[in-house]
Design a protein around this ligand. Sequence first.
Ligand code: LRH
Ligand code: MN
Ligand code: MN
Length: 389
Amino acid sequence: MSSQLTPEILSTLERQAIEVPSWAYGNSGTRFKVFTTPGTPRDPFEKIADAAQVHRHTGLAPAVALHIPWDRVDDFGSLRDFAVEQGVELGTVNSNTFQDDDYKFGALTHEDERIRRKAIDHHLECIDVMHLTGSRDLKIWLAEGSNYPGQSDMRARQDRLHESLEAIYARLSDDQRLVLEYKFFEPAFYHTDVPDWGTSYAQVAALGDRAMVCLDTGHHAPGTNIEFIVMQLLRLGKLGSFDFNSRFYADDDLMVGAADPFQLFRILVEVIRGGGLGHPDVTFMLDQCHNVEAKIPGQIRSVLNVQEMTARALLLDGDALAAARAENDVLTANEVFMDAFYTDVRPALAEWREARGLSADPMGAYAQSGYQQRIEADRIGGTQAGWGA
Ligand code: LRH
Ligand code: MN
Ligand code: MN
């Protein structure tokens, strides 16, 4: 079985790293109900401890992304030390300008200079945090836009956005980056100030080399050819990071690879084609919420899904594909593509794990570890951290 995955493929897989989001371990839900689960972390330290379980059982998730203020602590140095003790690092710092009344009509784009200043200062605080946590990336997603035609001057907002981003970018040190995430709707429903990759690209290109685009797979209209966007951003040298998740209808934040494994495969084919796999400039991150399923196993399943589709994408026979394309042999080209997608790599990956001292079955190993029972017994009292707490 393992002959399927050549030594070259195995060494590429060795370099795969997927950041997990701290908020995946907290309680979350829909606007109808947030279900609480026993053992849910009560503070950022406990979220890090849970995230470390994912890495312990998969070897795939060495970093944890933070969201500020959800993960604000008195001493970020001790959070960093704690993470290292647990065997992980602190990764991307996500800013948050979507839960403050002042930002009802915008943050970085707001008409009022005072509100814009407040939003810029929040980002400067995030950069200070990054210095303490050793994080490289500041990720900005903006909940701003308008609900009704005529409500806002969309063009003036772009200009103000540019000025605000410039002030934030100027504060970054040489080894830090800014990644700007786009989303086509929600919470604004008529227009969003950064709705698509083109707008994100235009804004970051105006800042400089250390400003990049973040592609969240759940932030596109149904039917969007996301792999095309991946190809284009890699071609332009501006794909900074992924927020992986899957969607059926809106920004569902379900487990990556669950809704449409073939789409994940197609995206990874373009990542590999564009030199983005294992490239330090392209961060793989999950952005998910586990509303009804168990959270740590949900994250374990997700990173395994990414690894599985990466392995299948690495199996794509480039020579056969090139030959078929050269002949305009449409059906053979498609067959070569589908052959890679349909190859079951799970047994080979189980062997790969065992060879690295991991369990062949990380889901089973977690269930057997007793960790879940321990946190359910220990984490009684206090307020469980949730999405937004
Ligand atoms: C917005 C988003 C963004 C936020 C996260 C919680 O929909 O994808 O990345 O930071 O969700
Ligand atoms: Mn996201
Ligand atoms: Mn989202």
